[in-house]
Structures are given as structure tokens and as C-alpha cells.
Design a protein around this ligand. Structure first.
Ligand SMILES: *Cc1c(COP(=O)(O)O)cnc(C)c1O
Length: 370
């Protein structure tokens, strides 16, 4: 028998979450963000569901190639744009749209007119409205827009920006106001579609902002973009992935005995401990120490002591019937339907659901459940 750890991808949940995104942004085209191999879920695994989105957004040419190989003929947007002039060959061959965030990319696009005079591109000009990672400054944006629009190999120019605080406040104000007002001020009078919203903006702000194309990522996978302000239950999202394993050994420890490396957890009284086949080499965070929630036989309990490479230990006080072979859910849904949200586990580890789902390692077998 293989080691009992397994990641389960729930297609019905992904389908449900996509419906929630469409309902929250009813006037927008909803693009499914599948960067980082669909946030760790696997592009090929989620494709059957997300092909009912209006487009895909990602970063790597290789991932775009995989979508085309699956038969996707619709829109694909490269969120970080091109990394070299040669990438435009691939964009032309695969009909990929891309963001333009810096002058050097415009130079490549200009040069490419000589290299391949027939190629035509849909581009997304990116405004740096305050995130200060990618994009052109407000004062130069309109001139650059006109320059790009005039290029012979540009079919359409859309306007794009990215919010730094769509999930909360910025300097005590509503998180998107500053960026959104700059965006509308600069692009409002220019031709072209707009794309501003990520998951947090779709869920929190779509009643009062306009984004012709929305880029929905994390919410599709069943993690709340603004936890703990809102949980997946508040947003009516379902876990897209469950990380499950089993108890492979039981220990009885006495008061003052410790568990695991560094003797980080010391028992106050005699207790029963379960050893679980899951460790940081599976992608479970080593920092998820004593107190991080887990489900054993669908009952909520906690991690005890340090997570090691291949194992972790859990408190069985609340689960007296648990034994070797009992199901352990590290996050997601138990086979009985009990849910432990990835956001709660992430919060217990000082991180976010995004990081946990992307961190699952190659040695963890994945099963698809429809
Ligand atoms: C990753 C990403 C998104 C998706 O963000 P979520 O918070 O996962 O919805 C949207 N836009 C850009 C530019 C991104 O890089």
C-alpha cells in the first residue's frame, strides 16, 4: 500500500466557486487565474471545470502551452507579460495576450514588427496605481497608451491595474479607493476594456466598481481572500482541495514527557497521541506547531510539537476512538463532509491559504473527485 497521504481535488467545489465568482461580477468576463499550476491543483485537473470561464490568466509560457494542448482556444492572458523578445514568437503562435508593464517590453514589441510582420496582439497596458510592483506611472500612462495603440502589431489595448489592499484597509481607508480613483481618472476617457479585480475585489467591491474582465484566483480554489474578515462560509465558497492522511502509530505519554524534535511539546497530563503520515516534505508547513487545527475522524483537534519531514503528531484527547488507519484531514473536507478551512490552518501558521496550496510537493499523490 502506498503511504496514506493524498491530496483530493474536488471538481464540484471548483465548479461551485466559479459560479460564485460569476454571480459576484455579473457584468464582467471572468478569467480563471491558473498560475503556479492552478495554485497547486494542477492545470490539467481543473481544466474540465474552468473551461467554462471566459478566459485564463497565468504567468508561464509553458503553462499557456499546456492549456492549448488541452484544447483551449479562448483567451489566455500572461499577467507578467513577456520576459524576452523571443517570447513574442510563442505569443504569436499560441495567440496569447499579455500585459505591458515596462518600457523594455514595448521596445521588444516594436522590434518584433520586423521579425514577424504578420503577428497581431491584444495587450493589457498596466497602470501602477500604488502597488509599486509593475506598471507605468500615472503621468506617463496616456502618452504610452497612444504610443502602443499606434503600433502596427497591436490589435487592441486594454487597461489593467492590481490592488494592494482589496482585502482590507489602506492607511485607515477602504483599501481600493485610492488606486481605483486614480485608475478611473487616467483611463476613463481612453478607449479599451478594463481589468482591475482580483478575488478580494470581486467579492468585496463589485457592487461599486467596474472591471470588464476580472481575474479570479484564490476564491476559485475555496480560500477566502480576506480571512479573517470573512470566512469561506461568509462568501459561500467550498474547499477545492483536501490534504488527507492517516494515523500510522499511537503513543501514550505521561505527564512531563515530550513529543518530537526539540521536545517542543511537554504533556501536562497523561495523554494519547496520534502519529500522522504527513510532514514538511509533503508541503505541510514546518512552522505549523502546537495548536494548529486538524481533523481526526472528522473531529477537530490539534497538532502537537514540531512538524518533522515525514510525520507530525496530533492530540487524540478529543478523539478516544481514533486508531491506526483513522483519517486525518490537514485541511479541506473529511470523507464524512466535515470542513477544516485552509484559511484557519494558514492563520495558525502565520501565512495564507495561497501558500499552503502552492506548497504541496510532487511526492503527494493527487486524486480527483467529481
Ligand atoms: C495572482 C493574480 C491575480 C489573482 O489574485 P487572487 O487574489 O488569487 O484572486 C490577479 N491579478 C494578478 C495580476 C495576479 O498576479
Amino acid at each position: 500500500m502506498p503511504r496514506p497521504i493524498q491530496a483530493v481535488v474536488h471538481l464540484d467545489a471548483l465548479q461551485h466557486n466559479l459560479k460564485i465568482a460569476k454571480a459576484a461580477a455579473p457584468n464582467a468576463e471572468v478569467y480563471a487565474v491558473v498560475k503556479a499550476n492552478a495554485y497547486g491543483h494542477g492545470i490539467e485537473r481543473v481544466y474540465s471545470v474552468f473551461q467554462s470561464a471566459d478566459g485564463f490568466a497565468l504567468l508561464d509560457l509553458a503553462e499557456a502551452q499546456r492549456l492549448r494542448a488541452l484544447g483551449w482556444q479562448g483567451k489566455i492572458l500572461l499577467l507578467e507579460g513577456i520576459f524576452a523578445v523571443d517570447d513574442l514568437d510563442v505569443c504569436a503562435a499560441l495567440d496569447l495576450s499579455f500585459s505591458l508593464h515596462s518600457q523594455h517590453q514595448i521596445t521588444w514589441l516594436t522590434q518584433f514588427q520586423q521579425i514577424n510582420p504578420d503577428a497581431k496582439f491584444d495587450v493589457y497596458l498596466k497602470l501602477n496605481s500604488g502597488m509599486n510592483r509593475l506598471g507605468f506611472q500615472a503621468h506617463e500612462y496616456t502618452d504610452i497608451f497612444k504610443q502602443v495603440q499606434a503600433l502596427g502589431n497591436v490589435r487592441s489595448v486594454s487597461h489593467m491595474t492590481h490592488f494592494s489592499d482589496a482585502d482590507g484597509q489602506r492607511f485607515g481607508q477602504n483599501g481600493i479607493d485610492y488606486q481605483y480613483s486614480m485608475f478611473t481618472q487616467i483611463t476613463g476617457s481612453l478607449a479599451g476594456k478594463t481589468s482591475v479585480s482580483n478575488s478580494a475585489a470581486i467579492l468585496r467591491h463589485h457592487h461599486h466598481i467596474q472591471s470588464d474582465i476580472v481575474r479570479s484566483g484564490i476564491m476559485l480554489y475555496g480560500s477566502s481572500p480576506d480571512y479573517p474578515d470573512h470566512t469561506i462560509y461568509d462568501w459561500n465558497l467550498q474547499p477545492g482541495m483536501s490534504l488527507r492522511s492517516e494515523i500510522i502509530a499511537i503513543q501514550y505519554i505521561q505527564a512531563d514527557e515530550s513529543v518530537g524534535y526539540g521536545s517542543n511539546f511537554v504533556a501536562e497530563q497523561a495523554m494519547r497521541i496520534g502519529v500522522v503520515a504527513c510532514g514538511y516534505a509533503d508541503g505541510y508547513q514546518r512552522i505549523s506547531a502546537t495548536g494548529t487545527p486538524v481533523l481526526v475522524d472528522s473531529v477537530r483537534t490539534q497538532v502537537l510539537g514540531r512538524v518533522s519531514m515525514d510525520m507530525l503528531t496530533v492530540d487524540l484527547t478529543a478523539v478516544p476512538q481514533a486508531t491506526v488507519g483513522s483519517e486525518v484531514v490537514l485541511w479541506g473536507k473529511s470523507s464524512q463532509g466535515e470542513i477544516l478551512s485552509i484559511d484557519e490552518v494558514a492563520a495558525g501558521s502565520g501565512t495564507v491559504g495561497y501558500e499552503l496550496m502552492c506548497a504541496i510537493t510532487a511526492r503527494v499523490p493527487v486524486r480527483i473527485e467529481s
